[in-house]
Design a protein around this ligand. Structure first.
Ligand code: ZN
Length: 153
């Protein structure tokens, strides 16, 4: 195993076991729930949006699921706090490519995504892609404040 893959694995194990930004957010003004029926992952994402400047002030999440889903939610929350909604959409699109597109190279995804690139390995396992993207789909639902739960199917 390459050093990079080892680093990625350690990050996923660490964030899966000790998720950052875990818990409820009493001051949240956006909340959404997401389910991944294929794996049984479920998440609630809480956002505090600063609407005046279109920026995510705080993100918390809670839920249960596999290490990939928990690590992805944890890394996402850590990375997106303080980001503008425009930056969030750019990161989301790059992340989605990174976990689904075979042609995206490692150096490029590391450069653009930082620690989130740790999840790039899931592209070899299509069912795990749903685990890695659940938090992101739930985040989008919260941002759109739609009433229906996010589903990966
Ligand atoms: Zn899962």
């Amino acid at each position: 195993m390459s050093e990079l893959l080892e680093l990625y694995r350690d990050l996923i194990v660490d964030h899966g076991r000790n998720p950052r930004n875990f818990g409820e957010l009493p001051s949240a003004n956006r909340t959404a729930e997401g389910f991944n029926p294929l794996c049984g992952d479920q998440l609630t994402v809480y956002l505090k949006l600063n609407i005046a400047i279109d920026t995510i002030e705080s993100i918390r999440f809670k839920g249960t699921g596999c290490a990939i889903s928990m690590a992805s939610a944890s890394l996402m929350a850590e990375q997106l706090e303080g980001k503008s909604l425009e930056e969030v959409q750019t990161i989301f699109q790059t992340f989605h490519q990174c976990v689904t597109n075979e042609t995206m190279n490692e150096a490029d995804s590391m450069d653009k995504l930082g620690k989130l690139a740790a999840l790039s390995g899931v592209k070899a396992f299509p069912t795990r892609v749903k685990c890695a993207t659940l938090a992101w789909h739930t985040l989008q639902t919260a941002l759109n404040q739609s009433k229906t739960p996010a589903m990966t199917e």
